[in-house]
Design a protein around this ligand. Structure first.
Ligand SMILES: [Zn+2]
Length: 214
């Protein structure tokens, strides 16, 4: 069951108040159209009925995908106690639980987990692509605007490194990254039960901590 509620907005353009519905929880098995509206960003677009201007509003959302066994918590805040109450049983039956601080990360996470790929592995692959991009002197770190997971076909991930005026696509075999992870499995362990944030900052923090002990 998906649940929504009505909230009051003050339009950032004309300043007038109006009401609109936002979702607290989405069950994509029952409401597949809401999944599409998440991925397109449409669900978070608010239209002012007075001046007709659109703006984006990211609200806290629980996103449940039963067929693909994952639950996402879209929020800049840690999950509340009611969400943590269900996290242990869900984790025990194999659900992946993640927190996504931004909409961009949220949409990418949906695509990764729908593809059935380990998102820890994806973040390591993205990091490797970033290093390769720099090592090949395609640009300096400051040029890179984003590193994006695209899709997985026949065990090969496509990852795009975007830079201001140039970018690069990488095709990364999953088994190659798996081998890299097996060399240091403890490093990549995550606390699934507590909705960890698995993103670019997280993977960088792993290597910074390792450097600290070296
Ligand atoms: Zn307005």
């Amino acid at each position: 069951m998906s649940t929504s509620r009505t909230v009051r907005y003050a339009c950032p353009y004309c300043g007038k108040d109006f009401e609109a519905d936002i979702y607290d929880m989405i069950n994509v098995e029952e409401d597949p159209d809401l999944r599409d509206r998440c991925v397109s960003g449409d669900l978070f677009r608010v239209s002012c009925p007075h001046c007709k201007k659109d703006f984006m509003n990211q609200f806290p959302l629980v996103y449940i995908d039963k067929p693909n066994r994952f639950v996402l918590w879209l929020s800049k805040e840690a999950p509340n106690s009611s969400l943590l109450q269900i996290s242990k049983p869900l984790s025990e039956i194999g659900y992946t639980l993640r927190r996504c601080p931004t909409l961009q990360e949220f949409v990418e996470k949906i695509e990764i987990l729908e593809d059935g790929v380990n998102d820890v592995l994806v973040e390591l692959a993205k990091y490797d692509c970033f290093i390769e991009f720099i090592d090949n002197e395609k640009g300096v770190p400051e040029d890179v605007t984003s590193i994006e997971y695209q899709h997985t076909n026949n065990g090969v991930m496509k990852i795009n490194v975007r830079a201001d005026d140039k970018g690069m696509s990488f095709h990364v075999p999953i088994d190659m990254v798996e081998e890299e992870m097996e060399q240091n499995p403890e490093l990549y362990e995550v606390d699934n039960e507590h909705f960890p944030v698995i993103n670019g900052d997280w993977i960088i923090s792993l290597f910074q901590e390792t450097d600290g002990y070296a």
